[in-house]
Design a protein around this ligand. Structure first.
Ligand code: GTP
Ligand code: MG
Length: 229
């Protein structure tokens, strides 16, 4: 049983994954979101970590499974199999590290290479407390996100800037809109039907139409960049 009395198996389960270059703050973002903590000392993620957090979205209890990937090159081969399972993709760059922003098309392509169902894409410029070291403007991040139909926000995992707005407003609303059928279905379901009902069955189906829709959502801009670099 969970603290609020809802058995774990009854919760709508969604998987969220963070990807991006090494040291951009992926682990710190998840730690800020889950535990409201921040670690100044850099501890590179080894392989892959995961955490979970129960949240409430439009009066539904949702269990978010959070996959924290490693930016280091040697662990990259592990990432596709977790991307495949995820419904929410957080693309992280560091506003004080130009290369991390320029790598975004490559990360997006990694997702498109394996993903065949609809997902929520979120572009996050982290470390916006480092204004003096900024190498990527807010406008550049926003434009890139708009061109690709992604959610966008700049945050600071260090001081928590914009976290509530990003997660509880932008991401939760996008989840609700993307999986509205699922939310509606569950609302109508009786207790017994909910047990053992996995979101994966809905979101991970191998529907080629969804793949086409997803690829069409990504602007030609990303694909061009991938070809040229
Ligand atoms: P890998 O696991 O190696 O891919 O790195 P990561 O992306 O998980 O980065 P991590 O969260 O470990 O953070 C890397 C470094 O950046 C750490 O020293 C953090 O303290 C620092 N950091 C993370 N977020 C912020 C932030 O918002 N502001 C500042 N100033 N530093 C941050
Ligand atoms: Mg990490």
């Amino acid at each position: 049983m969970e603290d609020d009395g809802v058995p774990v198996e009854d919760l709508l389960k969604l998987k969220l994954i963070v990807v991006g270059n090494q040291g951009t703050g992926k682990s710190c973002i998840l730690n800020r979101f889950v535990n409201e903590t921040f670690e100044e000392n850099y501890q590179a993620t080894i392989g892959l970590d995961f955490q979970s957090k129960n949240v409430t979205i439009h009066d539904q209890d949702v269990r978010l499974i959070l996959y924290d990937t490693a930016g280091q090159e040697k662990f990259r081969s592990l990432i596709p199999m977790y991307i495949r399972e995820a419904q929410i993709i957080l693309l992280i760059y560091d506003i004080s590290d130009r290369e991390s922003f320029d790598s975004m098309p490559k990360w997006i392509q990694q997702v498109l290479d394996v993903k065949n169902s609809e997902v929520v894409f979120v572009l996050i410029g982290n470390k916006n407390d480092l204004e003096n070291e900024r190498k990527v403007t807010y406008e550049e991040g926003k434009k890139f996100a708009e061109e690709n139909n992604f959610i966008f926000q700049e945050v600071s995992a260090k001081n928590g800037n914009n976290f509530e707005k990003l997660f509880e407003v932008q991401i939760f609303e996008a989840i609700y809109n993307k999986f509205k059928n699922e939310f509606d279905k569950r609302e109508k379901m009786g207790y017994e039907e909910q047990v053992n009902y996995e979101t994966n069955e809905y979101a991970n189906n191998n529907n080629n139409d969804n793949k086409v829709k997803l690829e069409n959502n990504i602007s030609q801009n990303v694909k061009k960049k991938k070809r040229c670099c």
